[in-house]
Design a protein. Sequence first.
Length: 320
Amino acid sequence: MRNIILGRTRESVSAVSLGTWSYGSGNKSGNVSVGWAGQDDADSLAALLKAWESGINHWDTADVYGDGHSELMIGAMWDTVPREDIFLATKVGWDKGPHDMWYNPDHMRKNMNYSLQNLKTDAVDLLYLHHCNFGKNGEYFDDALDVVRRFKEEGKTRFIGLSDWSAKKILTYIEKADPDVVQPYRNIWDDDYESSGLKKWIENHNLGVCFFSPLKHGLLSGKYAELPSFEDGDFRTNVEDFKNREVVDLMNRNADKLRQKFPDHPNPVLRGVIDILHSDSNNSCVLLGQRNVSQVNVAASLGELLTNAEASSVKELYRH
């Protein structure tokens, strides 16, 4: 596995890193499905072990993935995996608790303590503000930032990150937040990383960047011959493109073209749609969900840079 330097953190992490959203299994926030249904704990634990053995040394989780269950899976590994071998990231912010606002400072502190207990560690390497919903006028931002900075002063995290589905929202807060690492939503189908100006900001300030949902929740794999259905509690029930026959068929056709383009690679579709995300960013890692050992083996085959010609041809397939 190729490693990258994660911006000004100067930490060396695997170019393809491990996203553990699915390890929380199916879950709901109110009436909204927010998890990944059908995950087996034995598969999660086996995948974590295999990831370590494969050199995938950056593991990303959050307090709300299964209400802490994903963190518990990671915390169960330290009898086998040396804690110091893993660059460990978690997040805070999506759990309101009893409050009517995101980022209540007292609730943030409570959840951070739970995260450290679940993860069985005194400190994480990276703590993200999980989203940029800081109130209608950003009125909760200063307090939220102060809390995570205090966590750093207290030794509960080494670095601070900022995440959101929207590059525009990240850019609204990035200067004042001054994060070490940014985690935006990005894949080859939904890609405003450069056009939004986020890429330029990150490069000018030597920030680390980790892209989440690089497979668009699996849609870019081209594995869905029919329109899929998902169980209650599965986030993918909210993704409209899974209900769009034209989009699903296009992803399948493009997957066939990638198999022809990279015939010598063991995983040619992911070679195209995952490795393309490294082509314009030297300090980027991709957070790829890996639900079992088989998926870890696939991830371990990725992470090498495409040639300029390969990158251009892959981008052309998904231009829209």
